[in-house]
Design a protein around this ligand. Structure first.
Ligand code: ADP
Ligand code: MG
Ligand code: ZN
Length: 548
């Protein structure tokens, strides 16, 4: 109780009887301290008992991030299609995991680490599971990006825990997915070092060096950015064996489609080979997606089975983004897009060795593309000659040049074409030695991503050539582009009538199939090009009076 100091005096002055007592606060405050401490100790005791002997306080943190082994993985090699070479290389690992004694008896040393490299969605994760499934061993898996999110010190603890468990369960597989998230070269990137990541990586290296491969633990990892991995990871005794898991070719795509088609009710008209032919460059994951999307479309239409039309539509969706027929686009823009796409198509038609035009469309797809010209190679290609690459560049420039020819100026719509054409020409000069003034030399830049497009989050790659060469490269690049643009201009000028004709048709029909387009090209050559249908504005009542 608080009292004003004058109170006693005042009370005395008024002859009131009173007395004061000093209250003891000691016991009460002791009590308020003791209860939480006792409670805390109680909980502590309980936890310690549960953890059992030999486990310290530090392990408490490790346990939260506990990794469990998966046993009896059902995945087999037959579930992974189109990557026969990779399977062949992994077959040996399977044999070793089945009977490690047999291999170590003869003194053979198995690789400690196997790194699966390849573009996203090609089945690296799937393949690693198949190895565990085939060998019938436990499978510990963790993703490199998970480590990076952990608290300070946890990543390293987790790696330690992982390897401790793996040794107990041997023979087994430890799989680190997205190794690049963890194993980025140290000191790379703009943010400077990431201490936690580096510690974890260090711990991984220590663990990999520390165990005897004869115990039968195989470390597998997957990445689609091998070029940014820390060199220390790739040294002998670590991930010294690399297995390429590449995008499937025609037969591979067919095999993958067959694997996933098993669980889908297909109509008789479905031709998986034709589907495989339509999808060069797609990964296993994309193909699975197409079948799935096709099944969804069929279900939406209440059909009993999935038809070829569903799958065709699914390909269009996956490849070109979702169809957006109702996207509002003004008439002037639409006209521009029609001429632009026709420009691409015409250049393709008149360029020897260029891929055939399969479809021209001005239906906007996805967010970026207002129209597209789909070309299809007749076969898978692994090599390209100089003239083929030049043809590609010219087709890319076709849209832009057509716009300039018809409207007297270009537009922003051609930015992406220009970018791709420039990149290709730069590669021709700096990587393939196809330039004319700089000689048969590659002017490389370090750490270019091999499998996925370069992102901008990294510092620009360092050039390995002089300033003077850089200037000469720029000059050559410009000359090449101007030269190609001129050639495309000449070509489209010569076929101006066909350009108008096809573009007008495209404006009314929105889509022109490859067959119709070929016929128009032939008709032009024969000199009897049929007149296009009247423009839409003439058919419907015009909204605005045409300008004089
Ligand atoms: P990655 O790890 O290379 O990015 P994933 O293994 O995660 O690719 O593949 C994703 C999915 O795509 C798989 O679960 C599988 O269904 C399908 N897939 C990818 N590649 C193949 C393949 N070669 N054969 C069969 N299915 C595949
Ligand atoms: Mg994966
Ligand atoms: Zn274009």
């Amino acid at each position: 109780m608080r009292v004003s100091p004058d109170l006693a005096k005042e009370l005395q002055g008024h002859e009131v009887e009173f007395r004061g007592e000093i209250e003891s606060t000691f016991l009460r405050s002791l009590f308020s301290w003791m209860v939480p401490i006792l409670l805390f100790l109680g909980v502590w005791y309980f936890m310690m008992k549960r953890m059992g002997p030999g486990q310290g306080v530090m392990n408490f943190a490790g346990n939260k991030a506990k990794i469990f082994a998966e046993e009896d993985i059902p995945t087999r090699f037959v579930d992974v299609a189109g990557v026969d070479e990779a399977k062949g290389e992994l077959e040996e690992i399977v044999q070793f995991l089945r009977t490690p004694e047999k291999f170590s008896r003869l003194g053979g040393r198995m690789p400690k680490g196997v790194l699966l490299v390849g573009p996203p969605g090609t089945g690296k994760t799937l393949l690693s599971r198949a190895v565990a499934g085939e060998a019938g061993v436990p499978f510990f898996s963790i993703s490199g990006s998970e480590f990076v999110e952990l608290f300070v010190g946890m990543g390293a603890a987790r790696v330690r825990d992982l390897f401790k468990q793996a040794r107990e369960k041997a023979p087994c597989i430890v799989f680190i997915d997205e190794l690049d998230a963890l194993g980025k070269a140290r000191g790379m990137g703009m943010m400077g070092g990431h201490d936690e990541r580096e510690q974890t990586l260090q711990q991984l290296l220590v663990e990999m060096d520390g165990f005897d491969p004869r115990v039968g633990v195989i470390i597998m990892a997957a990445t689609n950015r091998p070029e940014i991995l820390d060199a220390a990871l790739l040294r002998a005794g670590r991930f010294d064996r690399q297995v390429l898991v590449d995008k499937p070719d025609l037969n591979g795509r067919l095999a993958i489609l067959e694997v996933h088609a098993k669980r889908i009710v297909l109509s008789k008209d479905v031709n998986l080979r034709a589907l495989a032919q339509r999808t060069p460059g797609l990964s296993g994951a994309d193909l699975e997606n197409i079948l799935n999307e096709g099944a969804l479309l069929a279900a939406r239409a209440n059909r009993d089975d999935v038809t070829m039309a569903d799958l065709d539509e699914a390909v269009d969706r996956i490849v070109g983004g979702l169809e957006k027929k109702n996207r509002v686009i003004n008439a002037e823009e639409k006209k521009r897009v029609a001429y632009h796409e026709t420009g691409h198509a015409l250049v393709a038609a008149f360029t020897p060795n260029a891929d055939k035009v399969h479809k021209i469309s001005i239906i906007p797809r996805g967010i970026a593309a207002l129209g597209y010209t789909e070309q299809r190679p007749t076969e898978d290609r692994y090599l390209m000659s100089t003239s083929e690459l030049e043809g590609k560049v010219q087709v890319m420039l076709g849209g832009r040049v057509a716009e300039q020819l018809v409207f007297g100026e270009g537009s922003t719509g051609a930015a992406n074409d220009l970018q791709r054409a420039t990149d290709l020409v730069r590669a021709m000069i700096t990587q393939y030695g196809m330039g004319t003034t700089l000689g048969p030399v590659t002017y490389s830049r370090r750490n270019q991503p091999v499998f996925i497009p370069q992102d901008s989050t990294f510092a620009p790659p360092q050039a390995e050539y002089s300033e003077a060469t850089a200037a000469a490269l720029d000059e050559e690049l410009r000359r090449f582009m101007e030269d190609h643009e001129q050639r495309v201009e000449n070509l489209l000028g010569k076929h101006r009538e066909l350009l108008e004709n096809v573009a007008q048709r495209l404006l009314t029909a929105e889509i022109i199939e490859g067959k119709e387009f070929d016929e128009l090209v032939k008709a032009e050559a024969a000199g009897d090009l049929p007149a296009p249908p009247p423009p839409l504005e003439a058919q419907a009542a015009p909204e605005q009076a045409p300008e004089a």
